[in-house]
Design a protein around this ligand. Structure first.
Ligand SMILES: Nc1ncnc2c1ncn2[C@@H]1O[C@H](COP(=O)(O)OP(=O)(O)OP(=O)(O)O)[C@@H](O)[C@H]1O
Ligand SMILES: [Mg+2]
Length: 274
């Protein structure tokens, strides 16, 4: 643990040994999790807990291992004998909707659901209704806009009522207005279904707008976290102070990359701003 990290944790009020807050009812628990590709250690002794129904955003520079971590939590990658706690019911939405083009929209949503076909279709229809697409049940995926395709992907994820919803930059490819609508939609779906969410994003403002807690991944570990307590929709002041600090950690201008000395100074800079 270097001084930079200690500083960050001190600032946030956390002890360095408790990089991720212990959760009351964790649905996810990783302790000292490590993931290597050949010689490269991508995740390096990472601790993480996510509570039931908690909305967590994960930030980190490109190549820092966000998708690698998400794939582990999705159970898509081998855990190499390490003890990881993840719920049985999980769903993932990636940046691209990954719909099967030869199946109609409702069949994409119903994929893998078991039961009588009428019931399965009704379930898919209900889920598509929740994302505002019940009029496109019989459409072909290639006729959907990017935003619509992502809404179908969300419906497909939620139709199984997962305890853990994993989102990997789900709105990165969408225009600004569509993104804002998707934020409202995700919050509405989260409120209705209450899965724990881990959302990877490059967008600091998106993280602040949506999450209960924001984590920053760097060099294979969670190096900073912030709880966002202000009610959603009333986070302008929070964003004003939090945005530059998060951008600093991500190397986004306010002090260069996370290894820079200026980052070590950021608690003082923050305090100086009041
Ligand atoms: N299957 C793999 N085999 C070898 N290396 C891999 C594999 N998957 C990921 N990596 C490497 O692990 C590192 C982290 O990749 P990862 O996709 O998790 O980053 P990321 O934080 O999601 O980046 P981005 O923000 O660009 O999506 C990268 O250096 C990548 O090349
Ligand atoms: Mg990625």
């Amino acid at each position: 643990m270097d001084a930079r990290l200690t500083f960050i944790h001190d600032h946030a009020g956390f002890h360095p040994d408790r990089a991720a807050l212990p959760a009351a009812n964790p649905v996810v628990k990783l302790s000292g999790f490590t993931r290597r590709f050949g010689e490269n250690t991508i995740i390096d002794g990472l601790d993480l807990e996510i509570a039931e129904g908690e909305f967590v955003a994960l930030l980190g520079r490109s190549g820092s291992g966000k998708t690698t971590l998400l794939r582990t939590l999705a159970g898509l990658d081998p855990s190499d004998g390490q003890a990881i706690q993840i719920p049985r019911s999980r769903a993932v939405v990636f940046q691209d909707a990954r719909l099967l083009p030869w199946k109609k929209v409702w069949r994409n949503v119903a994929l893998g659901l078991k039961g009588l076909s009428g019931r399965v279709r009704a379930k898919a229809e209900k889920a598509l209704g929740e994302v505002g697409l019940d009029h496109r049940l019989d459409a072909w995926p290639l006729t959907l806009s990017g935003g619509e395709a992502q809404r179908v992907a969300l419906a497909r994820a939620l139709v199984r009522e997962p305890k853990l919803l994993l989102l990997d930059e789900p709105f990165a490819a969408l225009d600004a207005l569509t993104r804002i609508k998707m934020h409202d939609l995700v919050l509405a779906l989260w409120a209705a279904h209450r899965p724990a969410v881990l959302m990877v994003t490059h967008d600091v403002d998106e993280a602040i707008a949506l999450a209960d807690r924001i984590l920053v991944l760097d060099q294979g570990r969670i190096v900073a976290q912030e709880r966002v307590d202000a009610p959603r929709g009333e986070r302008h002041d929070t964003a004003r102070s939090l945005r530059p600090r998060l951008l600093s950690l991500l190397g986004g201008g306010h002090g260069g990359n996370p290894g820079d000395a200026s980052v070590i100074l950021f608690p003082a800079a923050h305090e100086a701003r009041g």
